[in-house]
Structure formats: structure tokens, C-alpha cells
Design a protein around this ligand. Structure first.
Ligand code: NCD
Length: 305
């Protein structure tokens, strides 16, 4: 049976730590890894738009000496003729050694994994999970702060539909002395199953509406975009889209060692002026995502340097 990554909880804390160690080593010694995927193929099956996730998977595979194939929209695949995800995956499993899949339906990669002859990586399923973004987030936190415990983590924006936040909470919950500050409008609070999972694990969290009131207490501020494509009506989106804008005035209220993260793409929620602040870590986070995907591909394909 192939090993898949469908949910960040599929990886143990030791495995997460080992992936970060591997990514650090790839950053230090890229040449050592340049040929390790020779002859291996990654297929990216993206039924939803993406820039970073798809291209960083492809860049990761290419940097390890492997090759890539795939599609970047449902319209250009046989999904537009009515083919099921299961049949597509059975087919692509004949061409590729591993598959990264993004799909608008929650659980689609899990369904794919049930029939796939090769490992499936969930590259984002609806408003549910996004485990490989979390890998990028973890490495960034570890590199920027030097630790993954004793942190106050603020998550701000669309916490209901923001799949990256759900996976991040499920990962960070396992480290010691983590406290979450969940900042969102009432309508965009985390889903009940995420809240329950925090309760069950005895994690401390508060839910608040105003960023200004809490920004000074945070070690990490994880900003998110309001997820327009998941709203049932445009009027709600328009009303909520600019609920939070992180600007230089708000940054003045924050700690000098704050680390600002964002999975990107950004719309309005971080003003461009913040990009020059050394506490803005989101473009370094992009780079880290590629190295973590390299480490993950090696792990799931059981390839050594
Ligand atoms: C995120 C996603 O697709 O969930 N983007 C990404 O993969 N880096 C965040 C978002 O789209 O807002």
C-alpha cells in the first residue's frame, strides 16, 4: 500500500521534525540531492487554481532530478467530459510515481487514495485541509523563531474556509505551550470540528474580533485571504473581504520579534508597505515550501540522497 499525505495528522511529530531537518539539509547542500529522483515522475492534478502550490511541487521534483506532468484546471482534463476522480487517478497512476492533487471538494484526495496505486498528496481540498502548506509554515516558524513550542499564534481572517489554518492548527497543537488567538468576524470563525479538536487536545485558545487588541501579544501572526470562491453569495463576500488590513500602523503595535506569515495569494489583507518590514516572512515562507515539498517527495517515494 502506498503511503499518502491527506491530512497533516498523517505525519507524526517525529516525522515532521525529520522533514524539517531534511529541508534544512537540502537548503545547505542542494547538489547532494540534484539527481536523487532520476527516472521518477510527479503528476500534478489541479482541479482548482494555484500558483505556488503547483509550481513549487513541480520545481521541487525538477530540482531533485525527476520529471513532471499534469493539468492545471478541470477544464483541460477529462473531468470536463464527466470522468470521476477515481478513474482519472487510476489512469494517471499508470504514468506517474506520485500524485499531488488539488480539488474543490472536501475529501476528494482521500477518495482518490482509496483507488490509487501510487502515493496521493492532498494539495488542498475545498475549505478543509492543506497539509503541504502547513509543512511550509512549520519550517518557516522553526527557521524564523528557532523553535516550535512556547508560541502565541494569531490566525487572522477567514478561519472558516481557510484550509491552511485548519491544517496549521492541527500541526501546531502537538507542540508544547502553544496558545492560539483566533481573530475573525463572527461569521468566519473556525468550524466546530477544529474547535472540538483543540478542546480534545487541551489546547488554549481564544476567539476575538479585533486584531488591534491582540497583535501586541503575538509571536506569530498568520494572515489569510477571505476565500471568495467558497462563499454562497457575493454580497457576504463584499461585506467581509476587508475585515482586516495589516498595515504599518498596526505593525507598530506588534512585538519587535513578531513573525508575519501568509500562505498567499494576498488580496488586500496585508498592505504592500508591510513587505519591507523585516518581520514580514511570507516570501521566505514561499521558498521554504519548495524545500519541504522536496523532503516530502523523498519520504513518500522512499528515496535517499
Ligand atoms: C492557499 C490555498 O490554496 O488554500 N494558497 C496556497 O496554497 N498557498 C491560500 C489561499 O488560497 O488563500
Amino acid at each position: 500500500m502506498p503511503r499518502h499525505l491527506l491530512d497533516i495528522r498523517d505525519l507524526s511529530t517525529q516525522e515532521l521534525d525529520a522533514l524539517m531537518d531534511r529541508a534544512d539539509d537540502i537548503i545547505q547542500n542542494p547538489k547532494r540531492y540534484a539527481e536523487c529522483m532520476h527516472g521518477k515522475k510527479l503528476a500534478t492534478l489541479f482541479y482548482e487554481p494555484s500558483t505556488r502550490t503547483r509550481l513549487s511541487f513541480e520545481a521541487a521534483m525538477l530540482e531533485l532530478g525527476g520529471s513532471v506532468l499534469g493539468f492545471s484546471s478541470a477544464d483541460s482534463s477529462s473531468a470536463s467530459k464527466g470522468e470521476s476522480v477515481a478513474d482519472t487517478v487510476r489512469t494517471v497512476g499508470c504514468y506517474a510515481d506520485i500524485i499531488a492533487m488539488r480539488h474543490p471538494k472536501e475529501g476528494a484526495p482521500t477518495a482518490a487514495a482509496q483507488v490509487s496505486p501510487v502515493p496521493i498528496i492532498n494539495a488542498g481540498d475545498g475549505g478543509h485541509n492543506h497539509p503541504t502548506q502547513t509543512l511550509a509554515d512549520l519550517l518557516t516558524i522553526r527557521r524564523e523563531k528557532g523553535r516550535l513550542n512556547q508560541l502565541v499564534i494569531g490566525c487572522c481572517g477567514d478561519l472558516q474556509f481557510g484550509r491552511t489554518v485548519h491544517s496549521l492548527i492541527n500541526a501546531m497543537m502537538r507542540y508544547k505551550s502553544i496558545r492560539f488567538v483566533l481573530i475573525s468576524p463572527e461569521e468566519l470563525r473556525v468550524p466546530e470540528y477544529v474547535r472540538e479538536s483543540m478542546h480534545k487536545n487541551g489546547v488554549t485558545f481564544v476567539e476575538v474580533e479585533r486584531l488591534e487588541d491582540v497583535i501586541g501579544t503575538l509571536d506569530i501572526l498568520y494572515m489569510t485571504r477571505v476565500q471568495r470562491e467558497r462563499f454562497f453569495n457575493e454580497a457576504d463576500y463584499v461585506r467581509l473581504k476587508d475585515s482586516y488590513i495589516l498595515d504599518t500602523d498596526k505593525m507598530r503595535l506588534a512585538r519587535r520579534d513578531l513573525c508575519v506569515l501568509h500562505p498567499l495569494p494576498r488580496v488586500n489583507e496585508i498592505s504592500r508597505a508591510v513587505d519591507d518590514d523585516p518581520r514580514a516572512c511570507y516570501f521566505r515562507q514561499v521558498a521554504n515550501g519548495k524545500y519541504m515539498r522536496e523532503a516530502l517527495l523523498m519520504k513518500l517515494l522512499e528515496v535517499e540522497a
